[in-house]
Design a protein around this ligand. Structure first.
Ligand code: AMP
Ligand code: MG
Length: 487
């Protein structure tokens, strides 16, 4: 275990120089205090969870104090936002404080979001509000607990600093951890500004730091692109399998590592709805739940375009062609497991699609359905679940197919089946209304609910005594919350 002042910095991105980022110091927020910290994320830096309670912790993650070896930098990038190219983005309110190594030799970027204005702030104030910082914190740690690749969140620090959104709110900062903060938009920036040498410097850096295995391939850039395609196919399969809606899949919000990145008005599905749009400024539904799959490919094509100086168009096209089949294979594999199937049959896809259609028509709770399916034997579970469906005849027909399908798996030990299914079907999901309750309490100075919710979501597959209410369907008011995209 390390003390806070014992973190070892090695600022590799800083060494790339001023063409890639600007040196900026964080602007402190007033009267900083700990809202919530993640012991699991702290462990990634070898930090003892108790140091989160020290004044020094709040000072370091609110801009009041800085490690001597940290060289904070705002990164420059661009990207496609809602389909249109925006030539100038960049860290407008976040800073890469520095890069840290842990005792296992892993390397983590420390990124402080809400740290004040930078050369890339445009009209923005450089701040983040408490509400959105708590949402990002909870989602990062919840996704991680669901085994979905994501940036991590170390802590949220609250303050008295006023900020204006639709109304006056309070500023907060969130400390985000990731092995890299390089986005698709980084490559686009150097491509569209026609700076191939710098683009190559960036590419070589990313290859050496994050894809060293690709350096042994005859075409390292192509091998790297292939890995990015593979990782994104797998990531988005997980989002779809667990009902996660990112909300703003702009290419500046896509990580080169294929991890969930830059949380905005995200949501986990309550009722299953393929057409769900979590971002209420997304009028066209470009980033609706089911559109995440083709948008994943669209974003990879945008990256491919930016890589044309290094890879032939033909090879890029062929590699892009891998995305959809890979996505489908991962998705079906995950959904088979959620259904408690250990073997594969040709008609499984159909069985799944007809279930989702029935769920859609009857507004069935997506997470609880799968959890309950494993609670009892298939026959018992189907009998219990049928009450949730409007189309009873349709569900009965599906239930018969499902029971027959499970019986073809061989002899069934229900206890084993339950354990196997519960290990992939969470009981606790970050529902919008749960986040909302925690945020409202925190805005009134009570952080106990955020902390409790974080603890519950850190262990989503295990039943936790006393936490039954977190596993319930949302109340009616909680299903239709409009999540502001201002953050
Ligand atoms: P986002 O929608 O959060 O992914 O942000 C898109 C771009 O706007 C990024 O370049 C952000 O850094 C920038 N941005 C968002 N909010 C602010 C803010 N309050 N102040 C300055 N820049 C911001
Ligand atoms: Mg962003």
């Amino acid at each position: 275990m390390k003390a806070l002042d014992e973190l070892t910095f090695d600022n590799r991105f800083d060494r790339l120089g001023d063409a890639f980022s600007a040196h900026v110091l964080p602007e402190p927020i007033d009267n900083p205090r700990l809202v919530v910290a993640s012991p699991a994320a702290m462990a990634l830096l070898d930090l003892d969870p108790s140091v989160a309670e020290t004044p020094e912790f709040a000072e370091l993650f609110s801009g009041h104090k800085l490690w001597a070896d940290a060289i904070p930098r705002a990164m420059v990038y661009s990207g496609h936002q809602f389909g249109s190219y925006n030539p100038q983005l960049g860290d407008g309110r976040g800073l890469l404080l520095g890069e840290v190594y842990n005792e296992a030799g892993e390397h983590w970027d420390l990124h402080l979001k809400g740290a004040g204005q930078t050369p890339f702030s445009r009209m923005g104030d450089g701040r983040a509000v408490l509400r959105s910082s708590i949402r990002e914190f909870l989602a990062s740690e919840a996704l991680n607990a669901l085994n979905i690749p994501t940036t991590r969140a170390l802590c949220v620090i609250g303050s008295d600093t006023p900020v204006w959104r639709e109304k006056q709110e309070r500023a907060a900062m969130i400390l985000r951890l990731a092995p890299s903060h390089v986005r698709f938009g980084h490559f686009e920036y150097f491509y569209y500004t026609k700076r191939p040498e710098q683009q190559k410097e960036l590419g070589d850096h990313v290859l050496a730091m994050h894809f060293p295995q690709c350096l042994e391939q005859p075409e390292p850039y192509l091998a790297m692109f292939r890995e990015v395609v593979e990782r994104n196919a797998e990531l988005i399969a997980k989002w779809q399998a667990y009902g996660f809606c990112h909300g703003v899949m702009n290419t500046d919000n896509m990580s080169i590592l294929g991890i969930t990145f830059d949380f905005g008005p995200f949501a986990f599905l309550d009722d299953f709805d393929a057409n769900f749009i979590c971002n209420h400024s997304d009028d066209q539904g470009r980033y609706s739940f089911s559109n995440q799959v083709p948008i994943g490919q669209w974003n990879l094509s945008a990256l491919a375009q930016a890589l044309t100086p290094f890879i032939s168009v033909e090879a890029l096209r062929e590699t892009l062609g891998l995305y959809l089949p890979l996505f489908q294979a991962h998705y079906l594999d995950l959904m088979r497991r959620r259904l408690g199937l250990t073997t594969a049959e040709d008609d499984d896809q159909k069985l799944l699609e007809s279930l989702l259609q029935l769920m859609q028509n009857s507004s069935v709770d997506y997470s609880l359905f799968f959890r309950r399916l494993g609670d009892q034997t298939p026959e018992q579970a189907i009998t219990r679940l049928r009450d949730d469906f409007v189309d009873l005849k349709g569900f009965d027909a599906w239930g018969e197919l499902y029971v027959a399908r499970v019986s073809r798996e061989g002899t069934l030990d229900q206890e084993q089946r339950r354990q196997r299914m519960h290990a992939v079907n969470p009981l606790y999901i970050l529902r919008n209304y749960l986040a909302q309750n925690a945020i409202e309490a925190a805005q009134n100075g009570d952080y106990s609910e955020v902390r409790r919710l974080h603890t519950v979501l850190s262990n989503p597959f295990e039943e936790q005594p006393g936490m039954e209410s977190y596993a319930e369907r949302p109340p009616e008011w909680g299903k239709h919350l409009e999540i502001s995209c201002s953050s």
